[in-house]
Design a protein around this ligand. Structure first.
Ligand code: ZN
Length: 309
C-alpha cells in the first residue's frame, strides 16, 4: 500500500463559454483565478485554474472551455460531484448567494453527518458545498466572499461507477481507507491528507456510461509532494499492472495519468513547482501565460481566445 498520496490536487473539467466560466468561479464562488494559460495539446483552447491565493493543491478547479462543445451526458465512469469545504453554519449564506446569482440545482441534504448544498455549475457541472468544522486551510477573500464564509478548498469528489470493486481496491492500494458507508455510497479517506481527503464511491449498476462534454469532469488529480514520490507511485502502479503515462511537465506541476478500472481518468500531480513559478503572487492568473513551445503563437492566440475579465 502506498503512502505518498496526500488527497486531491486538482479537478479538471470541460466548459462552454470561458467568460461565463471565469465569472462563475471568481464572482459567484469567490475563488481566485490562479492561472490563465492554454491547453498543452490544443493551444487554441484556454486552460483556466481557480483556487485559493496560491492555487494550493487540494483547492484547484481547472477548465478547458471549448466555445461550441456539446453538453456532457452524466453517467457512470466519471466524477459525479465535486465538493468544496466551507465553514460550519455558512450554508444559508451560500444558499442565498447562489440563489441571487441564479445558480441552478440548489438542493440541501445531509450525508455522513455533514450538511451539504448541491448546485450546478454554468454547464450543469455537479457541485456541492459541505460544512466542515475547523478546516484550517486559508481562504481567498479577494473576490467578495469574506473569510468567515469563503471556500477552503476541496472536501471530496464522488466517482460514479457501475461496479465499485476494482476501483475500491485501487483506492486502497493508493493509501485510502474505507471510513464509512451510507445508502450505497462508500466513503474512502486518506490519512494525513491535505484537507481534500475524501472520495465517495457511488455504485450504479444500471446506469450507462457518461459522455464527455461541457459540464463533465475530464480527470481528477491526486497530490504527491514531489517528483521522487511521483516516480515511486508510478512504479508501484505499473508493477500492479496499470498502464501509466510517462511523467509530463505541465509547467506548474508534473503529471502522470492512468485509466482506472471503472473508467475514470486519474492523474498523480506534484505539489512542486506551483503556480507562482512564473508570476508574482500579487498578480497570479492575470496575464496569459503560454507553454514555451506555444509562445510563438501568442499574437494569434491573443486575437483568437475569448476575452475574459
Ligand atoms: Zn490534470
Amino acid at each position: 500500500m502506498l503512502n505518498q498520496i496526500k488527497g486531491l490536487h486538482h479537478v479538471t473539467s470541460m466548459a462552454g463559454s470561458a467568460s461565463q466560466n471565469n465569472k462563475f468561479f471568481t464572482d459567484t464562488l469567490g475563488l481566485r483565478r490562479v492561472k490563465k494559460t492554454v491547453n498543452f495539446d490544443a493551444p487554441d483552447v484556454y486552460h483556466l485554474y481557480y483556487g485559493d491565493e496560491l492555487g494550493t493543491p487540494g483547492s484547484v478547479m481547472t477548465y478547458f472551455p471549448f466555445p461550441h462543445i456539446a453538453k456532457g451526458r452524466p453517467g457512470t465512469g466519471e466524477v459525479g460531484t465535486t465538493v468544496f469545504s466551507v465553514p460550519q453554519g455558512t450554508l444559508s449564506y451560500w444558499s442565498d448567494r447562489l440563489g441571487k446569482a441564479g445558480v441552478d440545482g440548489l438542493k440541501a441534504d445531509e450525508a455522513f453527518g455533514e450538511k451539504r448544498l448541491h448546485f450546478a455549475g454554468p454547464d450543469g457541472d455537479g457541485f456541492a458545498l459541505v460544512e466542515v468544522k475547523d478546516d484550517a486551510r486559508a481562504a481567498w477573500t479577494g473576490n467578495g466572499v469574506g473569510a468567515d464564509e469563503a471556500i477552503r478548498g476541496f472536501h471530496s469528489a464522488s466517482l460514479r461507477l457501475r461496479d465499485e470493486g476494482a476501483t475500491g481496491e485501487l483506492l486502497s492500494f493508493m493509501g485510502y481507507e474505507k471510513v464509512d458507508e451510507k445508502d450505497g455510497v462508500l466513503r474512502f479517506g486518506i490519512p494525513g491528507g491535505n484537507g481534500a481527503d475524501f472520495i465517495d464511491v457511488e455504485t450504479m449498476p444500471n446506469i450507462s456510461g457518461a459522455r464527455l462534454g461541457a459540464g463533465s469532469v475530464h480527470h481528477i488529480a491526486f497530490a504527491v509532494e514531489n517528483r521522487a514520490k511521483q516516480l515511486e507511485v508510478r512504479k508501484a502502479l505499473m508493477d500492479t499492472g496499470y498502464q501509466v503515462t510517462p511523467v509530463i511537465d505541465r509547467d506548474y506541476f508534473w503529471a502522470i495519468y492512468f485509466r482506472t478500472p471503472g473508467g475514470v481518468l486519474f492523474e498523480i500531480a506534484t505539489n512542486e513547482p506551483g503556480f507562482d513559478r512564473d508570476e508574482d503572487t500579487a498578480h497570479l492568473g492575470e496575464a496569459l501565460k503560454l507553454p514555451t513551445q506555444h509562445e510563438h503563437l501568442r499574437k494569434q492566440l491573443e486575437e483568437h481566445l475569448e476575452p475574459i475579465a
